[in-house]
Design a protein around this ligand. Sequence first.
Ligand code: FE2
Length: 150
Amino acid sequence: MRAYLMDQQDRDLGAAALRAEGILHWQLPTDEAAWAAPLQAIRDARGYVSMDQVHLDATTADLDGLLARFCAEHLHTDEEIRFVVAGSGIFDLRDASDRWMRVHVGAGDLIVVPAHKYHRFALDEARTITCKRLFQDASGWTPVPRTAAA
Ligand SMILES: [Fe+2]
């Protein structure tokens, strides 16, 4: 994971700075035999009752259409929880001053975007990611575009 303000790209934001914005991050192992137990412990502690897996790459149907949706600034009324199994991606999140924070995630990164936090997602140059989506309650999962909520 690497995190920075987009207007101060040479200064890394630490986990504490992310936590102050309500963003949680864990670095888990990249090997399933090693991440399974700590991931389950986090699920148990935080009540992430369901989980599925999504994969994006050049063969994904309508990849550009999907990315256009993910890349539009939005929020959710529930947490957005992603555990990166392979590949990499970019979460941009608004800080309390409405500046963009960029969090570049890769294999082993577990990130929790808090409810009601504006964000967007993009792939990086590698254009592929495999991640687990974890949910407390699937009914919270309607993106709210910023224009509609403003
Ligand atoms: Fe989202």
